[in-house]
Design a protein around this ligand. Structure first.
Ligand code: HEC
Length: 176
């Protein structure tokens, strides 16, 4: 076979001339400066892309939903709330402010109730009333401390702080 002999001879020459090493491909042995520049540029672009992914670009729909839900439902209301929210504020300032903060903006002991997540339809008046009456987690139950009327007033006050209209808030005793 004429093809086999020259190939075998060439292979043997490679090993002999380079010592124990088989001659690598020309590109691997001596990468051109253009290749190195290209590689560096590629890595810089890749790093920039990853950084962008980690900040705004990588925000998933679920993360954005959460951020929007945690944001204030509307700008802080000015002045005094109408009845019954004004009565609710007095109760809130006595019973809730220590954990949920002044104006229900949140505190070390409880979440911000002015957040969009606590507005309807996710949280209807009765949903708020149920939690306030029944308690949740480290939050105490207020069923033995608030009358139904006072409970409704507190719910109305939370609505006012959320920037929502304060109708005659209707709540019933928690089924819980
Ligand atoms: C001792 C601290 C404390 C007091 C006082 C307190 N809360 Fe809370 N409240 C919490 C904590 C903590 C949570 C979060 C509970 C959880 O999700 O486990 C919470 C949650 C809530 C929630 C939302 C529940 C949820 O599932 O996200 C509402 C509404 C609420 N509180 C209203 C009130 C009102 C109104 C008062 C006053 C009548 C009040 N809280 C008093 C600590 C408190």
């Amino acid at each position: 076979m004429p093809d086999d002999e020259p190939a075998g001879v060439a292979g043997a020459e490679d090993v002999d001339s380079e010592g124990a090493r088989v001659t690598p491909s020309p590109a691997g042995a001596n990468p051109s400066p253009r290749m190195i520049v290209g590689l560096v540029l590629f890595m810089v672009v890749l790093a920039a892309f990853l950084a962008w992914m980690l900040t705004i670009g990588g925000e998933t729909d679920a993360q954005r939903n959460l951020r929007e839900l945690d944001a204030r439902a509307s700008p802080a209301p000015q002045g005094d709330p109408p009845m019954p929210a004004s009565a609710g504020r007095v109760i809130y300032d006595a019973q809730c402010i220590a954990c949920h903060g002044r104006g229900a903006v949140g505190g070390p002991g409880g979440p911000a109730l002015v957040a969009k997540r606590y507005t309807p339809p996710r949280w209807e008046d009765q949903d708020l009333a149920n939690v306030i009456y029944g308690g949740r987690g480290s939050m105490p139950a207020f069923s033995d401390r608030l009358s139904l009327e006072e409970l409704a007033a507190v719910v109305a006050y939370i609505r006012w702080e959320q920037g929502l209209p304060v109708p005659g808030t209707q709540v019933r005793e928690s089924p819980a």
